[in-house]
Design a protein around this ligand. Structure first.
Ligand SMILES: [Zn+2]
Length: 599
């Protein structure tokens, strides 16, 4: 009984004149002027989101143009018989078709048939087609001719929430009116007026919450008001409104943010547990927190703070909190929340899913600091994975030949079938003329690409540079002794049945200067085999050659360019023969797979 007293339905407070339409002043003014100056077209397209007053304006328009005593301002008198029949919903001059449920050709044909009859009373028959974008193609076509050449007494108002779906042929025949989302302030004002008329006690903050929840849709705002009024016996306050709307108090989000900033994981988890107990589902929390963070981001810029859509009493708190949180943290948090929300539905354990997000959020500050080296927060865009440690690469035991900036080259030919990697070495000392000679053939070999030429240039450069540094304290590294020790090492690993031994056998050694030499191999696989032996080889060479400063570099060169001591040039067939001598499995493979070889 008591509930009924407070019903303030959207219907009861549906505006009856243009002036009382909320938040669409730009449209109502234009319509009133057109009516006053008798400049109304015969077809209108009302576009805009749902619940912002499209149908309401259509009804007011129909009533006004049929009114017998229009006011000077272009409003209906609301007292003449025509106005009264409109207000009672009994006018014979007003037709509404909901195209969402009546979208067939037949529905439109019925309507078109009706249009033919002149109005029995009043001046205009007004046809409203709501959700006009839902009409089928055939229905559109059936309607088009009537829309093009309507009788003088017919007016068409097409309404849609999806203007982009309207055919250009329709758009070009209509006067188009774009309805706006109703602002929170306008909604609150309207709700306050209604509450006053209905003697409802409502805190302003409660109405603000309702206005925000309705997202610019007056119809929703009114029905929410209806509902809460009936539940609270006409006394709305902030708390009971939040409760009925299943909205979490912003206070909770401020607390959660604080936990995030303090990396207080247990605090955050307990807070979430408390909220969960109150019956708030994880997705409500995720969504609410994302909105909260969005609001903080908005407050970061004072100019944008006008966009802040929060309950007034919280505005200052938002602005002051925003000052103490970095924008990168907020953006990263927003990313985490967004992703968690997207995956929420699919998550099997929803609570765990949200908790994981909270854990990530609590470590976010730290993660950002680490990723930006603690020097600032501007670089890292997004962190939601595990925290990465900065690592230093481990220095190999054997000193690699040093490189200088610009001297290190990894050169690949475009054919990719051969690659040359060369680490040029400014640290070389004491080269000998003999060595230079040995290398010369390599330099003179025809370059396969310009990049190799570039390599050769650097090599030459380096050789001439290092020649100047020549200072012979120690006898230079000799090819024979190197070869001998190399052979010993090869035998050593051969006895171990080490697969690298073959690579050692085929490698070509090229002395660079007194202490340095290159190990030239034909491909990266062989390089890797030798690379694995690097440390042991280094020690071995150091001891056997009695050279503490021995250095070597691994170089991959195309086969034909390697100046092999024996100058053996193998045909493809010979290469294959050689390969199966070394790797009998290859022959086995060939036979088992019945492969034909195309040499
Ligand atoms: Zn009237």
């Amino acid at each position: 009984m008591q509930e009924a007293k407070f019903i303030v339905s959207a219907r009861k407070y549906r505006p009856q004149t243009f002036d009382t339409v909320v938040g669409q002043g730009h449209i109502t003014t234009t319509l009133k002027n057109a009516i006053r100056h008798r400049q109304l077209g015969h077809a209108f397209l009302f576009c805009g989101p749902r619940g912002v007053g499209k149908t309401t304006c259509a009804r007011i328009l129909a009533k006004t143009i049929n009114c017998e005593n229009q006011t000077k301002e272009g409003e209906a008198c609301d007292t003449c018989p025509s106005c009264k029949s409109f207000n009672d919903g009994a006018s014979m001059n007003y037709f509404e078709l909901d195209a969402a449920s009546n979208n067939s050709v037949d529905n439109i044909r019925d309507l078109v048939d009706q249009v033919r009859f002149v109005p029995q009373s009043g001046r205009y028959k007004v046809y409203v087609i709501d959700e006009v974008h839902m009409l089928s193609q055939a229905a559109f076509n059936a309607f088009l001719k009537t829309l093009e050449e309507p009788p003088a007494y017919a007016k068409f108002i097409l309404a849609t929430t999806e203007k982009h779906k309207i055919l250009p042929t329709i758009l070009s025949r209509c006067q188009i009116f774009d309805f706006k989302r109703i602002t929170t302030n306008d909604t609150v004002k309207h709700l306050e007026e209604i509450c006053e008329k209905e003697a409802i006690k409502a805190e302003r903050t409660a109405l603000q919450v309702i206005a925000q929840k309705s997202e610019g849709c007056m119809r929703d705002a009114l029905s929410i008001l209806d509902k809460i009024v009936s539940f609270t016996a006409g006394e709305l306050d902030y708390a009971n409104t939040l409760e009925h709307l299943n909205i979490l108090d912003a206070e909770f989000y401020f607390k959660l943010l604080q936990c995030m900033q303090e990396q207080d994981l247990s605090g955050a988890m307990l807070l979430y547990d408390e909220i969960n107990r109150k019956g708030f589902e994880g997705d409500v929390v995720l969504n609410g927190f994302a909105e909260f963070i969005r609001n903080l981001l908005v407050c970061k810029d004072e100019k944008a703070a006008g966009l802040l859509e929060v309950v007034e009493s919280f505005k200052d708190k938002y602005v002051s909190t925003a000052k103490n949180v970095s924008a990168p943290l907020l953006v990263s948090a927003l990313n985490i929340l967004n992703e968690t929300e997207i995956n929420y539905k699919a998550a099997r354990n929803k609570r765990l899913h949200v908790e994981l997000a909270i854990i990530k959020l609590c470590y976010l500050q730290q993660a950002i600091e680490i990723s930006s080296g603690g020097s600032g927060l501007s670089k890292k865009k997004r962190i939601d994975g595990p925290v990465a440690y900065k690592t230093k690469s481990i220095t190999p035991f054997a000193p690699e030949v040093k490189t200088s900036p610009g001297a290190k080259l990894i050169i690949e030919t475009s054919s990719a079938e051969l690659s040359i990697a060369k680490e040029a070495t400014p640290g070389y000392e004491k080269p000998t003329a003999a060595v230079t000679e040995k290398i010369t053939p390599v330099q003179q070999a025809p370059a396969k690409s310009t990049r190799i030429t570039a390599l050769d240039k650097i090599r030459q450069q380096y050789l001439s540079d290092s020649a100047e540094l020549m200072e012979a304290n120690e006898p230079p590294l000799a090819q024979e002794s190197l070869m001998q020790v190399w052979g010993e090492y090869t035998n050593l690993i051969k006895n171990e049945k080490n697969p690298a031994s073959h690579s050692f056998e085929v490698a070509v050694l090229r002395i660079i200067d007194g202490d340095s030499f290159e190990i030239v191999v034909a491909d990266f696989i062989e390089k890797q085999f030798i690379e694995k032996e690097r440390n042991r080889l280094f020690e071995f060479l150091q001891n056997k050659l009695d050279r503490k400063n021995i250095k070597f570099a691994l170089v991959v060169e195309e086969k034909e360019r390697i100046i092999h001591p024996d100058e053996i040039v193998l045909s493809s067939k010979e290469q294959f023969q050689k390969m199966i001598e070394t790797y009998p499995m290859v022959l086995e493979l060939k036979n088992r797979l019945k492969l034909d070889l195309d040499y």
